[in-house]
Design a protein around this ligand. Structure first.
Ligand code: ADP
Length: 178
C-alpha cells in the first residue's frame, strides 16, 4: 500500500523525519509530497525543500519525494495511493487535521487519512519554531538534520543585519533564501 505524506516541510524537522521513518515501516512506499501552503510564505523554494528532504531520508529505500501544487487527493489518485499520512502533535493540530481529513473524505471516499502520533520527544517541534529560534541566533541542531540547520542559519546570516538594541529582528523576506 502506498501512502502520501503531504506537507510544506519548510524546512523538514526531526519530527517529520520521525513520521517518515515510522511510515516507511508500515507501508510499501511512502511518497513525501512537498506542496505550497497558501497560508504560509515559504523560507525555502520547493526545490531546496526537496533537496533537504532527500538528504534527510534518502537512505530509506521505499521513500520517494515529489512536489505537487494541486489537491492532494488528485495526486494520490494519480499515484494509486490509498492513504494520506499525517502527524499529530497537540490538541490544536487535531481540530485542523480532522477538518482536512473530513474534507478530503468528501472529495475522495476511497482514500483514508491515517494519523501517526508524534514521538514524545518531538511533540513541541514545528518548522516555525525552528525558524523562530534561528532568527534570534539560538541553536537548532537538536531539532533538524545538520545540513538543514546549516541552511537555515546561512539564510538568516545572509538576510539579517545585526539588530539594533530593543528592535525586533526582521524575518527574512520570502525568496531571500531561495
Ligand atoms: P502543513 O503546512 O501541511 O501543516 P507541515 O510541514 O507543517 O505541513 O507538516 C506536515 C505534517 O507533519 C502535518 O501533518 C503535521 O502535523 C506533521 N508534523 C509536523 N511536525 C511534526 C512533529 N514534530 N511530530 C509529528 N508530526 C509532525
Amino acid at each position: 500500500m502506498i501512502a502520501i505524506y503531504p506537507g510544506s516541510f519548510d524546512p523538514i524537522t526531526l519530527g517529520h523525519v520521525d513520521i517518515i521513518t515510522r511510515g516507511s515501516r508500515l507501508f510499501e512506499r511512502v511518497i513525501v509530497l512537498v506542496s505550497s501552503n497558501p497560508n504560509k510564505v515559504p523560507m525555502f523554494s520547493t526545490s531546496q525543500r526537496i533537496n533537504q528532504i532527500e538528504k534527510s531520508v534518502g537512505h530509506l529505500g521505499n521513500v520517494e519525494i515529489d512536489q505537487y501544487d494541486g489537491l492532494t487527493i488528485t495526486y494520490a489518485r494519480q499515484r494509486h495511493a490509498r492513504v494520506l499520512l499525517r502527524g499529530l502533535r497537540v490538541l490544536s493540530d487535531f481540530e485542523k487535521e480532522l477538518q482536512m481529513a473530513h474534507t478530503n473524505k468528501t472529495l475522495a471516499d476511497d482514500i483514508e487519512t491515517l494519523f501517526l502520533s508524534t514521538s514524545t520527544e518531538y511533540g513541541f517541534l514545528s518548522s516555525s519554531l525552528v525558524k523562530e529560534i534561528a532568527r534570534f541566533g539560538g541553536p537548532i541542531d537538536h531539532l533538524v538534520p545538520h545540513h538543514v540547520a546549516r541552511d537555515v542559519c546561512q539564510c538568516y546570516a545572509q538576510t539579517q543585519p545585526t539588530p539594533m538594541p530593543n528592535s525586533a529582528a526582521p524575518a527574512p523576506r520570502p525568496m531571500d533564501c531561495q
